[in-house]
Design a protein around this ligand. Structure first.
Ligand code: 9G3
Length: 568
């Protein structure tokens, strides 16, 4: 490709509203342009990167036995009404009406569409297992699109769906696609971890997320410092064994704690450790108020709470809603003297506490020496807190450390949640009607481009790995008015491409400085500069990653670049 004929609008200044490196560079190096919040145009270099990622995804999915198709973005509301998700999704699901006022969703995901297709076209167990995938634009009206392609409202996903007549068959395909995902992220040069995840609203039990380690990741990974254990912090189980304190229970005492609203301030005021205090939280669980207790130094994990209570919705109660039970404000709430009909549950760490400090349900007052069973009842103990760094790893090996991650893939064992809701059944070998067992598997293709951009850059711009770059070689004739340079460059343009290298030639009538600055910004792995020495048949080869410079005859350029493959 000739730069004078394409569109690579580089920018010197850093765009104000781009907060992360990949977003800044994708804009500055002319890979993307924003159309609206969370909506982007992929310019030629950005489109090339998309294509490269898609090619890797396709190869691995095809190799795993999945078959590609393409479903519509326009999805009839009726399908989402059959699955029940038309009602459960809010403003994030983009909806529209056609000219006949029929309702549609813009596809955020395709469980409904694919299940309806397979329901209509597959009837016998002999046709299973069947794994179908697509690479397609998705629409999700994110509340806060940010970080460029990392969280957009229109993005490109590879989504796959598998259909089975047995759990074993699902397990096999799940494991094979797990391997395909590992290959994909490894071939993209990404530093990733597969983590045990929470299936959220999707139901099913087994699910893994693929996380690229990055400081700007929105997810927190809890991983073991000695084993391969890794889990999304949302679901990482706590296996800490709390030793029972053997203090004698002391008499309950109400003490004045003027303007002490937080655990820290109460603990400091009463000169007790936070571990001796219990925080009293009030949650609205499917509209019912539930009191949840946690040790003072712990935080309740609302995902664990939701899963434990098998609730549809879980949210913090407002101060007014809490006041109905306690008659006090947040910071003075406690379990002592709460109406017997209010359910109190606690994280398991609370069970081993004695002589607890807790709110007295009177503003400005607390209890000390509150004891379970004597002064208040807890109906259930469960693993409800967030795991912490230093906690024992759930696999019993080593201790937990945290890392931030960017989710680039998520695979689920769905079970029959959609096939039952939509009556996608097959006749088994005994002629009996059974619901298909399903799996679904997503990869954020456009998000991967941003994750690679985030991982491969330096202070001058992108540093694309040779395995994933818009072009292999940046060929730069320094002075397009110099015949010797132009001739040598044209010869190299042809011979490099004939040797199988993709070449971007900067044939613009720009000053050398502009060309080199743009070249560093765009970040192709190898630059061939055709300058003054072209007259002697000598050119300069520069490796973007290391800065190494090699002089070479025009004839030998191909060999030098071939020898560099594998090291750049
Ligand atoms: C929606 C909207 C947002 C959503 C969903 C539906 C996430 C939704 C979960 C999945 C599950 C898997 C197939 C590929 C892999 C992931 N956000 N999810 O279902 F309507 Cl607005 O998408 N789908």
């Amino acid at each position: 490709m000739k730069q004078s004929k394409t569109l690579i609008p580089t920018m010197r200044e850093v765009p104000a509203d781009a907060d992360v490196k990949s977003h800044q560079l994708l804009l500055r190096a002319g890979f993307i342009r924003q159309n609206a919040s969370g909506v982007y145009t992929y310019l030629p270099l950005g489109k090339k990167m998309l294509r490269k990622v898609e090619d890797i995804v396709r190869e691995e999915m095809d190799d795993a036995g999945a078959v590609e198709l393409l479903m519509p973005a326009l999805q009839q509301a009726e399908l989402w009404q059959e699955s029940g998700r038309w009602q459960t999704y809010g403003p994030e699901l983009m909806r529209l009406k056609d000219r006949h006022s029929r309702e549609f969703a813009l596809g955020a995901t395709h469980e409904e569409v694919i299940t309806a297709l397979v329901r209509d076209e597959v009837k016998s167990y002999k046709r299973l297992p069947l794994t179908l995938y697509q690479i397609q634009t998705k629409f999700r009206d994110e509340k806060r699109p940010r970080f460029g392609l990392l969280r957009g409202r229109e993005f490109i996903m590879k989504d796959a769906y598998s259909f089975h007549s047995s759990q074993e068959s699902l397990d096999e395909v799940y494991d094979r696609l797990f391997e395909a995902y590992s290959n994909i992220f490894q071939r993209c040069g990404l530093n990733f971890r597969a983590v045990i995840a929470d299936s959220g609203a999707m139901g099913g039990k087994d699910t893994h997320e693929f996380m690229v380690l990055s400081e700007i990741g929105e997810d927190t990974i809890a991983y073991s410092d000695t084993s391969s254990y890794a889990a999304n912090i949302e679901m990482a189980p706590v296996v800490t064994v709390y030793e029972k304190s053997n203090d004698e229970p002391k008499p309950l005492e109400k003490v004045e704690t003027p303007d002490s609203k937080t655990i820290e301030s109460v603990a400091a005021f009463l000169n007790v450790p936070a571990e001796q205090c219990v925080k009293t939280l009030v949650f609205k669980v499917d509209e019912e108020l539930v009191i949840v207790l946690a040790r003072g130094d712990h935080e309740i994990n609302d995902i664990k709470l939701k899963n434990y209570l098998d609730a549809g919705t879980v949210e913090m109660a407002t101060e007014q809603e809490a006041a109905r039970i306690f008659g006090a404000t947040f910071g003075s709430l406690g379990p002592v003297g709460v109406p017997a009909d209010v359910k109190i549950i606690a994280d398991q760490a609370v069970q081993s506490l004695t002589n607890i400090v807790c709110g007295a349900n009177e503003d400005g007052w607390h209890y000390v020496n509150a004891n379970i069973a004597r002064d208040f009842n807890i109906s259930e103990f469960a693993d409800l807190r967030f795991i912490l760094e230093g906690d024992p790893s759930p696999d019993g090996k080593g201790t937990i450390q945290f890392a931030k991650g960017i989710e680039v893939g998520h695979i689920f064992k769905l079970g029959t949640r959609y096939s039952e809701a939509m009556n996608a059944v097959y006749l088994d070998e005994n002629g009996r009607t059974q619901p298909m067992i399903m799996g679904c598997y997503g990869i954020g293709v456009s998000r991967i481009v941003a994750a690679i951009a985030e991982q491969f850059n330096d202070e001058k711009g992108f540093v694309w790995p040779a395995t994933l770059t818009p072009f292999d070689v940046h060929l730069i004739p320094v002075n397009v008015k110099d015949e010797a340079q132009v001739n040598a460059a044209n010869v190299l343009y042809d011979t490099l491409r004939q040797s199988g290298f993709s070449v971007l030639m900067d044939d613009r009538a720009e000053r050398a400085g502009v060309k080199f600055t743009d070249s560093d910004l765009i970040g192709l792995p190898v630059r061939v500069t055709v300058g003054k020495k072209a007259a002697e048949g000598i050119v300069e080869i520069k490796v973007r990653k290391t800065g190494d410079v090699i002089e070479s005859s025009v004839e030998n350029v191909i060999n030098v670049i071939h020898d560099l493959q594998g090291t750049i």
